[in-house]
Design a protein. Structure first.
Length: 194
């Protein structure tokens, strides 16, 4: 259903692989850095793609950062992305988007499509006495295929469980969640780089 909707909007071609879409996305976005970052920051479709695809997206993000800050082609861009632009690297940006969508779904503020996908363990009858209820965990179905792992239904609970406990609290607002999540992912991304 989602793929058909994306195809009708000319976002995806059902006959292309994810790599083909990334190549088209990169080619069309390369010369407009801000537009690329804006489009990419709203896109969680890239979850669990190959490292080659992630590397290519990171190269374009780096080029966009160089364009925005006016850095040279051979200048090291990581400090500018961290200190000036406050941009997350590609893998963390994908996790940020997925976690934010899961947060909205759990709180009932997300799109109706995801409402029945992210189910807190506390809402499942017979599981209200489990330890995972107190941690704020979500129910996640198991899958053995790569396509299954990429689906939001499976990926969102895995990402949610990997977050620190204070982020999974039911008492924080969306703004607090965004700020704390970005800080958490920044510390993961740039801990060894800088």
């Amino acid at each position: 259903m989602l793929l058909n909707w994306c195809c009708s909007l000319n976002i995806f071609d059902a006959k292309k692989s994810v790599g083909g879409h990334v190549k088209k996305f990169i080619t069309s976005s390369f010369f407009n850095g801000i537009k690329f970052y804006s489009a990419f920051s709203r896109n969680a479709v890239f979850y669990c793609v190959s490292s080659q695809v992630t590397r290519r997206l990171q190269m374009v993000l780096n080029a966009a950062a160089r364009f925005v800050v006016g850095a040279g082609k051979y200048d090291h861009i990581t400090p500018a992305m961290h200190d000036v632009l406050h941009w997350l690297p590609v893998p963390q940006r994908i996790l940020f988007r997925m976690a934010l969508t899961a947060f909205d779904s759990i709180r009932g503020t997300g799109s109706a499509y995801f409402k029945d996908v992210c189910i807190p363990v506390s809402d499942i009858s017979g599981r209200s006495n489990l330890c995972s209820v107190g941690r704020g965990d979500m129910f996640g179905p198991q899958t053995k295929t790569l396509v299954g792992r990429r689906s939001f239904r499976v990926a969102a609970p895995l990402i949610w469980i990997s977050l620190p406990g204070d982020l999974r609290s039911m008492t924080i607002s969306r703004e607090q969640f965004r700020a704390r999540l970005k800080s958490h992912l920044f510390s993961q991304a740039y801990a060894t780089d800088l």
